[in-house]
Design a protein around this ligand. Structure first.
Ligand code: DX5
Ligand code: ZN
Length: 216
């Protein structure tokens, strides 16, 4: 299954509800929600009140990317705020397996994320327990950065690792994805595409449609 997950980090926050309506109507499958704590990443974004405020506006999947230290402390609250997928960074969890277990207790999907330079071995053993691996293709913290080219090879290797284990784990790519490189990352094996600035800059509905056309 191929899915587009626009990152609302790049949305117009003064019109967030309206922008979510536009991506929903244009056919985006997920809503990518970037939560940052100013500790794991050098930026602070938003959390529970924003999730709760936008949850009634759409039935689309809330794909929550936690860029926070020790996310295990807040899994219950994110689940209660309406997350359908919770992704945690392997680098931010002292006990990654336990953190994934806590996510799954809520009957929602669990993802694990890796920064660009983190080796794939970090997910080798947890792979059968997660629904998705998010490969960061920029250093997390900000929208609008350029795609790091060595990540394409990493997507390919992850796809091989998943197939070797006989799994169907989703591969999400996040950071610097645009209409010029989306086919390349999909060819490498990614099937869930996050795009922030490439969706929210300019004509949002048109951008979503252009992505969906290339992703067919
Ligand atoms: C970066 C976030 C991304 C970001 C992507 O830390 O995890 O989701 O919003 O933005 P673009 O697509 O502009 O690189
Ligand atoms: Zn993200």
């Amino acid at each position: 299954m191929k899915c587009l997950s626009p990152s609302i980090l790049s949305a117009d926050f003064a019109n967030l509800g309206e922008q979510i309506r536009v991506i929903d109507e244009a056919g985006a499958d997920y809503v990518h929600i970037d939560v940052m704590d100013g500790c794991f990443v050098p930026n602070i974004s938003f959390a529970f009140p924003v999730l709760k405020a936008i949850r009634p506006l759409t039935e689309r999947i809330f794909d929550v990317h936690l860029m926070i230290e020790e996310p295990i402390r807040y899994i219950d609250e994110f689940a209660a705020a309406g997350a359908d997928i919770i992704t945690v960074h392997a680098e931010a969890c002292k006990h990654l397996d336990r953190t994934i277990e806590v996510i799954k207790e809520h009957d929602i999907l669990a993802g694990v994320a890796l920064n660009p330079a983190t080796p794939l071995e970090a997910v080798e053993y947890i792979l059968p327990k997660v629904d998705m691996v998010l490969l960061m293709t920029v250093n997390p913290g900000f929208g609008g950065q350029s795609y790091i080219s060595y990540c394409t090879e990493k997507v390919r290797k992850l796809k091989e690792m998943i197939e070797r284990q006989g799994l169907k784990t989703d591969i999400q790519v996040d950071g610097g994805i645009n209409l010029d490189n989306v086919e390349m990352v999909m060819d490498a094996g990614a099937n869930i595409i996050v795009a922030g600035s490439a969706v929210f800059k300019g004509d949002v509905a048109q951008n979503v449609q252009d992505f969906l056309t290339l992703m067919k």
